[in-house]
Design a protein around this ligand. Structure first.
Ligand SMILES: [Ca+2]
Ligand SMILES: [Ca+2]
Length: 373
């Protein structure tokens, strides 16, 4: 009856570009809480981790750290120099001349920043080469940080052009000098350090602790760092950038940051809260609704000719419909969907504007806004 020539096809994963956590990646985590959950995650993310070496990081960054969110121009997205509401100097991901090298000023070159300093593990592999916590940043800003912890600064003794600060810590529990990223990326750094604390929990007792680590395989981080990163984790939730980066890193080195995939696990492990989410099967609660909403991603959005629906491992899609802003249903479909592949929906025939995509799943209906351009 509908004239709209929409079609749904199950697109094959092409070169892993649309990779997501494969079904079963987080197997045997159900029912685990606290450090038992952390240890299970440790074993999961250690398995399949393929150390690509140090020089390959620059190749990896071409897929993990491309700016598709701010300038959206395919240059490097550097968390130490990005101005979310302004223009900053730009680095090419392909020109080797933009890689440090010597620098005198911000904007001269970028290099590889160990968010947990490599001095703590004596620059040993695979830590030194792990793209999930070794990120590309401006050389000058990286140098100003050195190997000090992240923390909160109120009286900076140095500030970068995007507002990243260095100075005495005021977050409590530590009185030394710390480094504070901008608000936009505070949660990103928190989840990155939580990844490190989980991936390397077996080695941490043998590392230098550096006012960051606590020498244990359980909590792994000093309490003041836990308190700080829990705050930043809540203040700055997981962004599309982090989801995309996690997928690209998985393609690059074969493991994932579980705290980008399941933010509630941060609370369950380090705060003793939220352990029911996202595999909670109890009646809907606010947390369950958020988990349900987060179990589906729709990308790209806005979309011109087609978009894709990604279903995460704890849910299963059973159908969808698209509703125009005046309430007309312009498409509906049900099918047997394979969770391991994104569902591609062709929308070339739709007029530009906003639509509501109703995605039916085994755990309930999810409504997402879609902008056709
Ligand atoms: Ca910018
Ligand atoms: Ca963020």
């Amino acid at each position: 009856m509908t004239k709209f020539l929409l079609s749904i096809s199950l697109a094959a994963l092409s070169l892993g570009a649309f990779a997501q956590a494969p079904s079963g990646y987080y197997t045997d985590t159900a029912g685990l809480t606290g450090y038992a959950l952390k240890t299970r995650l440790h074993n999961i993310i250690k398995t399949g981790h393929n150390d690509r070496g140090y020089s390959q990081l620059y190749e990896g960054y071409k897929t993990t750290d491309k700016d598709r969110y701010y300038e959206n121009d395919g240059t490097l997205l550097d968390l130490y120099s990005e101005k979310p509401n302004g223009t900053e100097y730009s680095y090419s991901l392909t020109a080797t001349s933009d890689r440090c090298g010597n620098y005198a000023n911000e904007g001269d070159c970028f290099n590889r920043e160990h968010t947990v300093p490599q001095s703590l593990f004596n620059s040993a592999s695979p830590m030194k080469n792990d793209i999930l916590f070794v990120i590309p940043t401006d050389g000058k800003v990286n140098g100003q940080r050195g190997n000090i912890p992240y923390g909160k600064v109120s009286a900076p003794n140095w500030t970068s052009t995007n507002g990243t600060k260095r100075g005495p810590n005021v977050s409590g529990g530590y009185s030394g000098t710390v480094f504070e990223p901008i608000d936009e990326f505070k949660g990103d750094f928190a989840r990155t350090v939580f990844y490190f604390a989980t991936r390397y929990q077996d080695k941490i007792p043998n590392f230098s602790q550096g006012n960051i680590l606590d020498g244990t395989s359980s909590r792994s981080l000093q309490q003041w760092q836990v308190d700080l990163f829990l705050e930043w984790h809540h203040q700055d939730p997981v962004s599309q950038r982090e989801i995309d980066r996690n997928n690209a890193a998985y393609t690059y080195q074969g493991n994932r940051n579980p705290f980008v995939d399941h933010p509630a696990w941060v609370d369950c492990i380090w705060a003793g809260q939220n352990c029911g989410s996202p595999v909670d099967t109890t009646p809907p609660t606010a947390i369950h609704k958020i988990a349900l909403q987060n179990s589906i991603d729709l990308y790209p959005n806005p979309a011109s000719s087609s978009f894709q629906i990604y279903v995460k491992e704890h849910n299963k899609m059973t159908g969808l419909s698209i509703i125009a802003i005046d309430g007309r249903q312009v498409y509906s479909e049900s099918n047997t969907y394979n969770n391991q592949e994104p569902v591609t929906v062709t929308i070339q025939s739709l007029n530009t504007g906003m639509y509501f995509v109703h995605i039916y799943t085994e755990q309930g209906t999810i409504v997402k806004k879609l902008f056709k351009q």
